[in-house]
Design a protein around this ligand. Structure first.
Ligand code: 4AD
Ligand code: MG
Length: 463
């Protein structure tokens, strides 16, 4: 006999007709012994729902099947028939059930609801839970959607380096990459001699692919990156991870307004993609994780995003009657509580904040005519705060050099970057969307650790 075609639970539940003999693999969610037959719910991660397997006492290993534990892996052959039970269209009448891998009574994922923190501690079984199954299917679907959005628009995908000598954001948050012996590094004039290190200079893990992205944008016009990003930021918040993924488009012959428009189109595309393709998982998030999530996403799909300047934002915050932990003053960065007040209380939706003071933003942002602010933009959304950070770039060589000198950035090491402004410079702009922040927004999950397969945060690099 030819081997039966393997089907996923998702394929079977979407069947348009009865199927006489199919094979499915998966893990047991529960076993219920009935008077005449027994029922097993089988999940294989292909979709939120599980498949009900009906097991008749006529099967020769009926007794051992009935004793199979939650978590065990099975291969089931059977007949797919319409289910009389409510809430499911199909069930599988088993012809054979092979117990592939048993699971004992000490299986850690029991029927009761486990806390997200507890699930984080059992990396192997966490993705088998309802919540994390839905989260990581969403993560996969939206990764695909990211590429679809840019590829449809003709953007070129660039893989920027993970090891780099440049601290793009200038915040001193790079993880060091070195092959020198940390207990006895070579020295020169009392300092570590990085010239003897693997790359002949000090290197680290990238905090952003933007600078390299800019180089490619001035050849391909429109590019994007999508890759891992690392920040040794010692802030133990629910929105910061030491390793996260970022999408960084860069567009040539473009200004801040074009950049905001791209950010708006991009976020809307991703939300609409989720609404159209991940309905079952979104229903779960809507019921169990964030009440009103679907309404929020549907209204984002329609709404136009608001834009205010940083100066207007400070004004709004100062005039508000709200008590903030951190005082609001022009020239200081907006804190998370301020961002959330603006997007949740004032605008009740996404809002771009533009033109921040030069003193709190990175060296590459374009200086405005007032000489006080730069052409920056952050997109704030409810519950998450900053989801996008970007800017128009300084395309004028002399202005950029002066700014770097003022910030104490050695221009000699950055000649390759300054070169963009030497031959065929053009206005250009771009932004970074934090992929995990996007997932938090779309799923309603409140802790960034809970949208990352194996989260890395201060003190945690297990698994
Ligand atoms: O605002 P950021 O630091 O901007 C940049 O890195 C620019 N080079 C982007 C560009 O213009 N090409 O980071 C961009 C986004 C933030 O808005 C946030 O969503 C996310 O990256 N992000 C983090 N996400 C998780 N954990 C962290 N520690 C993050 N830091 C930034
Ligand atoms: Mg930022």
């Amino acid at each position: 006999m030819p081997p039966l075609e393997k089907k996923s639970v998702k394929q079977l539940l979407a069947a348009d007709q009865q199927l006489l003999d199919v094979r499915v693999n998966g893990w047991v969610r529960s076993v219920r012994r009935g008077k005449e037959v027994s029922f097993i719910t089988l999940n294989d991660g292909s979709c939120f729902a599980s498949l009900q397997i009906v097991v008749s006492p006529e099967l020769e290993n009926y007794q051992s099947i009935c004793k199979v534990g939650t978590g065990a892996s099975l291969t089931v052959r059977g007949k797919l028939v319409e289910s009389p039970a409510a809430g499911q269209s199909w069930e599988l009448q088993a012809l054979t059930v092979d117990i592939v891998g048993a699971a004992g009574e000490d299986y850690p994922l029991q029927k009761k609801r486990h806390s997200l923190e507890y699930l984080r501690s059992i990396a192997h079984l966490r993705p088998r839970s309802n919540t994390f199954g839905a989260v990581f299917r969403m993560r996969s679907a939206l990764s695909f959607a990211v590429h679809q959005f840019f590829q449809q628009r003709g953007f070129v995908y660039v893989q920027t380096p993970i090891i780099t000598a440049n601290d793009c954001e200038g915040a001193g948050e790079m993880f060091r990459v070195s092959t020198l012996d940390p207990t006895n590094p070579p020295q020169q004039d009392g300092n570590v001699d990085w010239g003897q290190d693997f790359f002949g200079e000090r290197t680290g893990l990238t905090v952003s692919g933007q600078l390299q992205g800019e180089l490619f944008a001035t050849a391909f016009s429109d590019i994007y990156t999508f890759g891992p990003t690392f920040r040794a930021e010692n802030s133990n918040t629910s929105r910061h991870a030491a390793e996260f993924w970022m999408i960084e488009p860069e567009i040539a012959f473009a200004n801040l307004q074009d950049n905001c428009q791209l950010g708006e189109d991009f976020l809307r595309f991703l939300v609409v993609y989720a609404l159209e393709n991940c309905q079952e998982d979104l229903d779960f998030f809507n019921q169990r994780i964030e009440k009103g999530l679907l309404d929020k996403l549907e209204s984002l799909a329609q709404a136009e995003f608001c834009t205010i300047s940083y100066t207007e934002a400070v004004d709004l915050l100062q005039k508000s009657k709200q008590k903030f932990e951190f005082p609001v003053a022009w020239g200081h960065d907006l804190q998370s509580e301020h961002e959330r007040y603006l997007t949740e209380k004032v605008f009740n939706g996404p809002v771009f904040v533009t033109d921040y003071p030069k003193g709190i933003k990175a060296f590459y942002m374009r200086m405005n005519d007032d000489d006080k602010t730069v052409a920056a933009m952050d997109l704030l959304v409810p519950r998450v705060g900053e989801i996008i950070g970007g800017s128009q770039r300084e395309e004028r060589l002399d202005v950029l050099q002066a700014r770097m000198q003022a910030q104490g950035i050695a221009t000699a090491d950055m000649d390759w970057y300054l070169d963009i402004r030497r031959w065929g410079s053009c206005p250009h702009a771009g932004f970074g969307l934090g992929f995990e922040r996007l997932l938090m927004y779309v799923t309603g999950m409140e802790n960034i650790r809970d949208v990352i397969p194996f989260p890395r945060t201060p003190g945690h690099a297990k698994f």
